[in-house]
Design a protein around this ligand. Structure first.
Ligand SMILES: [Zn+2]
Length: 144
């Protein structure tokens, strides 16, 4: 039998995990209400330094997008020979923040600016300890 595997986030602090209802983790400025992602303590809008971590909306609208047709430069976790084109875009959430994200859809005919997108957590390879890595992505609402 293969060794038991753990599903681990590809990076800590990006989204709530493990969770049945995962949310991206951003930060909100208590002074001017600016929301940022990923979370940070300093506010980019007013220079306050005590922003608080907040869970963000699990859906938003596709602000812009493209399809990545070649492997990204280092650090690329996958095997370049097994590369599959993937969608990447910015999702505008209700909080007003735009989140850069992988998209589950890589067919340009099925992506359109302004469409509703939902947060999903998906597999993203394995690490050296054979843990399954997971990362966040957005999926078109009508197919998810
Ligand atoms: Zn601020």
């Amino acid at each position: 039998m293969p060794a038991a595997q753990t599903r681990k986030p590809v990076a800590e602090g990006l989204f709530t995990w493990p969770s049945d209802d995962p949310q991206l983790l951003g930060s909100k400025c208590p002074d001017c209400a600016e929301v940022t992602f990923p979370s940070q303590t300093g506010c980019p809008a007013c220079s306050a330094s005590r922003c608080e971590q907040v869970g963000l909306s699990r859906s938003g609208t596709l602000w812009t997008w493209t399809v990545q047709n070649f492997p990204p430069p280092h650090p690329y976790l996958g095997d370049a020979r097994e590369f599959v084109p993937f969608g990447v875009g910015y999702i505008e959430l209700a909080e007003g923040v735009r989140v850069e994200s992988r998209l589950t859809e890589n067919d340009a005919d099925k992506l359109a600016i302004g469409m509703q997108m939902n947060l999903v957590i998906e597999a993203f390879g394995t690490d050296a300890d054979r843990n399954e890595l997971v990362t966040f992505a957005f999926a078109p609402a009508e197919t998810s």
